[in-house]
Design a protein around this ligand. Sequence first.
Ligand code: NI
Length: 179
Amino acid sequence: MALLPILSFPDPRLRTRAKPITHITPEIKQLAADMLETMYAAPGIGLAASQVDRHIALIVMDLSEEKNQPMIFVNPNVTPLTEETKPYEEGCLSVPQFFDQVERRAKVRINAQDLDGQPFEMEAEGLLAVCIQHELDHLDGKLFVDYLSPLKRQRIRDKLSKKGRQKSRKSEEAAVSAS
Ligand code: NI
């Protein structure tokens, strides 16, 4: 098991479209386990492979209070079951410390495969519906900030890139003082 680094907005790699998984290899099973560990440690409730720079259609999630109900979705897709949308205050491990309201379909059907390649289907409402649509967006190279106004998105971009720059400057300083 290993913790994986999570890409942060505005990293352009987050815009990569994920490829379908044709073969569930031991490496993909290991990736799913590592993604769950990374998600729990963050802590977060969902993580798409795109966020750890692996551009394949794989999502992990755990919406339970006790964090003991991991869900894994291979090649997921979502069909809206209603026109109705609902707002939800979303956050994202790739957009740390920012939260905002996003409108998504209130009810969807999820089709996916498990790690044995078995197809399954479920209907989702509430947090599960929000989360699967958010994670599926990651696989398409989309982020929740794309639904916000350009002004808000720019402000988040500025803050996160400034923080990123400070972080890399700090580690350069640390490298200099260590040498
Ligand atoms: Ni996210």
